[in-house]
Unconditional design. Sequence first.
Length: 188
Amino acid sequence: MKKVLLLCGSPRPKGNTAQIVEECARVIESSDVTTEIVSLAGKKIESCTACYRCGEEGMCVLPDDLNEIIGKLRESDGFIVASPVYFGTARGDVMAALQRIGMVSMATDNFLSWKVGGPIAVARRGGHTATVQEMLMFFLINEMIVPGSNYWNMVFGREPGDVWKDTEGIATVRLFAQNVAELVRKLH
């Protein structure tokens, strides 16, 4: 069965980013592709130390919650990452996770290559574009396939539930999720 892993980069389990990730999962599952949501809420993710031991060990040697995510990602055909915007960029632990996942993939068997997915940014007012661009670099350097939508994958909202007022943003991420599912089905 085809599967998309969705990473929610918010520390708030019921916040706007989590709600957007859940909506993407609903859309993907309506296309007969299974999903799994992994939340960074409550998880410890350290920054890469560039020790390069992942190439020898086949996994990251830092003792935190990342290897569990890598294991789930290895078994997935797609990968969507959603992050709230903090001071104009993605949350630090989101980028630390992506950098380490990419390092392990490149140092081992390039397990990210040809996976389908992309980034989503959620914020109150601004920084969406920089956040999407920052996360997009991870997808492109790892030979991943990023389908488009009818606009950039960004949704506006501050308080939990505010994102549903951004009807254009919701429509954009729904189409993106649908395109991810369709491409996963065609490629895998």
